[in-house]
Design a protein around this ligand. Structure first.
Ligand code: OAD
Length: 247
């Protein structure tokens, strides 16, 4: 592994613009189940079956309760060493962008500021009828609660079959096509359009690094893979990067 990190540090020399793309694997070591792993109480449901507008219109209470369950897990979670290492990377590179598919807020909690949340945020809500955004929920005995207009309030996250927020997507495409290096951490690289960002970066000359427990569909195009836990390898890379920068 030392040899691999040394190789990476050589490649990072003189690189100015780092983009980090993260998925659920980066939060796994904080105790948040990944999407394609198994999820205790809710394991009989697949996320693809609950995280859809159709599921919400057919059974809003079920979908609401699934998100409440996830929100409870996330509230108890703290950033892990992988999040902290990504926050440190933002300080080390003159230009930086973090593109995350995660809705758990842990990158912000770890200290990152330049963040694009491609799939929304579980602590924000939106009226499914008039689109009004809520950071606090109105008092209500109903599940889900309703907006003044009568529409059900839903989590402000992206569901399967829905478009991504346009501004976030624009920043993601723009930064991916102009960065010098992209780290792709803890994503199965199966869900579009996030999964296409590494290829976009590569086409524009970026050096691609993947950190994952196992190979993914993008492994064949990356320049360097680390098959390891993000919470172990990222801090090691960052510590060694700091050492080379200060020497
Ligand atoms: P997935 O659950 O699909 O993939 C998690 C990835 O993290 C897998 O490739 C694991 O091998 C890897 N992994 C797990 N633990 C890890 C660790 N400790 N260190 C490094 N890697 C680890 O999650 P995403 O790729 O984020 O979308 O899923 C993408 C999107 O699909 C999600 O944002 C969500 C989901 O449906 C929406 O809800 C719209």
């Amino acid at each position: 592994m030392d040899k691999d990190i040394k190789f990476l540090l050589e490649k990072l020399k003189d690189k100015k613009y780092l983009v980090v793309l993260t998925g659920a694997g980066v939060s796994a070591e904080s105790g948040i189940p990944t999407f394609r792993g198994t999820d205790g109480l809710w394991k009989e449901f697949k996320s693809e079956e609950l995280a859809t507008p159709q599921a919400f219109s057919q059974n809003p209470e079920l979908v609401w309760k699934w998100y409440e369950h996830r929100r409870e897990i996330i509230k108890k979670a703290e950033p892990n060493p992988a999040h902290l290492a990504v926050a440190r990377l933002e300080e080390l590179f003159p230009e930086f962008m973090l593109i995350t598919q995660n809705i758990d807020n842990l990158h912000r909690k770890a200290g990152n500021k330049k963040i694009v949340e491609l799939h929304g945020n579980i602590f924000r809500y939106r009226c499914s009828n008039d689109g009004r955004i809520f950071t606090n929920l109105p008092e209500s005995d109903e599940i889900p609660p309703r907006c003044e207009c009568g529409g059900y309030i839903r989590p402000d996250v992206v569901w399967f079959g829905e478009s991504l927020p346009e501004d976030a997507l624009n920043v993601a495409f723009q930064s991916s096509s102009s960065c010098d290096v992209m780290f792709v951490v803890g994503t199965s690289a199966l869900v579009q359009p996030a999964a296409s960002l590494p290829a976009l970066a590569k086409r524009n000359g970026s050096f691609l690094v993947e950190i994952n427990l196992e190979p993914t569909p993008i492994s064949s195009i990356v320049d360097k893979s680390f098959f390891a836990k993000a919470g172990e390898i990222l801090p090691e890379i960052v510590t060694k990067l700091c050492d080379t920068m200060s020497s």
